[in-house]
Design a protein around this ligand. Structure first.
Ligand code: ACO
Length: 382
């Protein structure tokens, strides 16, 4: 191809390119609406649980009570992680970022799954549940291990979010915080063909196993332009320090053409509905803590950004308020992106299982603009 064809249109960033059909998730970027299998995220955030949302994504329908009880119990039981995987995580340098340790841990889990090589839909659904369940335990254990503490065993009788919080902090979870974390997990579960789901789908399209697709998803989520933005957004807000400093900070960042973490989105040209929901929860947590500084700083930054950029359709995205929310729960900034992964693993697996129903290897083109007839010079003659 390359120079032999007329220069094609280069779809940089793959804007507006559709590569598959999906029944999973609609992101209506103009109206600022998000649906999972037709259900509005605002309803799910009030009425659902992470386990029910997983069921919905994997089965394309809401569960009956008995289905949900079975799924909840199965996820609880599958949170157990082989001790060899913890031993492997202990060998990583203490400086390893939790998201890197999580990627390594999920990769290791594959070796312990007896159905790794079974590519039937039923086996993949079972693996999806297992890897989703275990990712939470891994995330919590990674945090404990780097603090020199022992991982806490999962408690299958608890909800996924509540148990994640308990295994991470080592304390009996506060019910309000557990529910807010549950909502955050619901909100992050899927988002159509975002960068990490696309990364997972590229891996899936080669018929790699389900765990490999999740590893590709985590690797892609990590970047500060995607799932890494929540940590960066919090760091920015802590650096700004108070609402009074927001104007100077934002103006100077925009003057230097910086992109503020937690703002902007490829698809949303309106307020990200997930950010609106998390904002309310962040406010409730701030009020309860008796210190509104961080929340008020976020509000001040948001107002200045909207004043400056709403005309260009730049709004807060989910990462702007998730960082604030998790910080107010007492969680350290470098586990924010791993928490995102703990939730999104449900969406990655749902998408790749759907993609396999009508698989085709994803293989785009690049347009070659390098030399055509370079003659090889032996190394001693260069
Ligand atoms: N702050 C200031 N200006 C911004 C921001 C921002 N956060 N985001 C976009 N813009 C401006 C750009 O400078 C650009 O202006 P220009 O046309 O004058 O050059 C215009 O808006 C379009 O932005 P692009 O970066 O071209 O948009 P793209 O769709 O390629 O990128 C992205 C989207 C990566 C999310 C971008 O908005 C960004 O970098 N945001 C900050 C990081 C972030 O919050 N990422 C999380 C996204 S949500 C998620 O992944 C869960």
């Amino acid at each position: 191809m390359g120079m032999t064809v007329e220069r094609p249109a280069i779809l940089k960033g793959l804007d507006d390119v559709y590569v598959k059909e999906s029944k999973l998730c609609l992101v209506d970027g103009i109206k600022g609406r998000l649906l999972y299998v037709g259900y509005d995220i605002r309803d799910l955030a009030v009425h659902s649980s992470f386990e029910e949302t997983c069921y919905l994504l994997w089965n394309l329908r809401l569960p009956l009570r008995s289905d949900l009880e079975t799924a909840r119990r199965a996820i609880g039981e599958e949170r157990k992680v082989p001790s060899d995987v913890f031993a492997l995580l202990r060998k990583l340098p203490k400086t390893t970022a939790p998201i890197d340790a999580l990627r390594t841990g999920v990769s290791a889990l594959a070796a312990y799954d007896p159905e790794l090589g079974d590519q039937s839909r039923e086996a993949n659904l079972r693996k999806a549940l297992r890897v989703t369940a275990k990712t939470a335990t891994l995330m919590a254990a990674i945090h404990r291990i780097r603090e020199g503490k022992r991982p806490i065993a999962p408690d299958p009788s608890r909800g996924h979010a509540e148990d994640l919080l308990r295994m991470t902090t080592g304390k009996e979870p506060d019910p309000q915080m557990a529910r807010i974390l549950d909502v955050a997990l619901i909100l992050h579960a899927d988002h159509s063909l975002n960068a990490s789901t696309f990364g997972a789908t590229v891996a899936a399209s080669t018929l790699a196993d389900l765990y490999s697709t999740v590893v590709a998803g985590i690797a892609t989520l990590k970047g500060p332009l995607h799932g890494g933005a929540n940590e960066q957004a919090l760091k920015m807000l802590l650096k700004i320090g108070s609402p009074a400093n927001a104007e100077v900070y934002v103006s100077s960042a925009l003057a230097q053409r910086e992109k503020l973490p937690g703002f902007g989105h490829r698809v949303y040209k309106n307020y990200d509905p997930r950010a609106l929901i998390l904002r309310d929860h962040a406010k409730a947590l701030a009020e309860r803590s008796g210190d509104m500084t961080l929340f008020d700083t976020a509000t001040a930054v948001q107002e200045i950004m909207l004043r400056e950029l709403a005309e260009r359709r730049i709004y807060p995205n989910v990462d702007f308020y998730s960082g604030v929310t998790y910080h107010l729960m007492g969680l350290p900034a470098d586990v924010f992106t791993p928490i995102f992964a703990v939730s999104r693993v449900s969406g990655w697996t749902a998408h790749v299982i759907e993609y396999w129903q009508s698989n085709r290897i994803l293989r785009p083109l690049d347009y070659y603009i390098g030399p055509m007839e370079a003659s090889y010079v032996p190394i001693d003659e260069r």
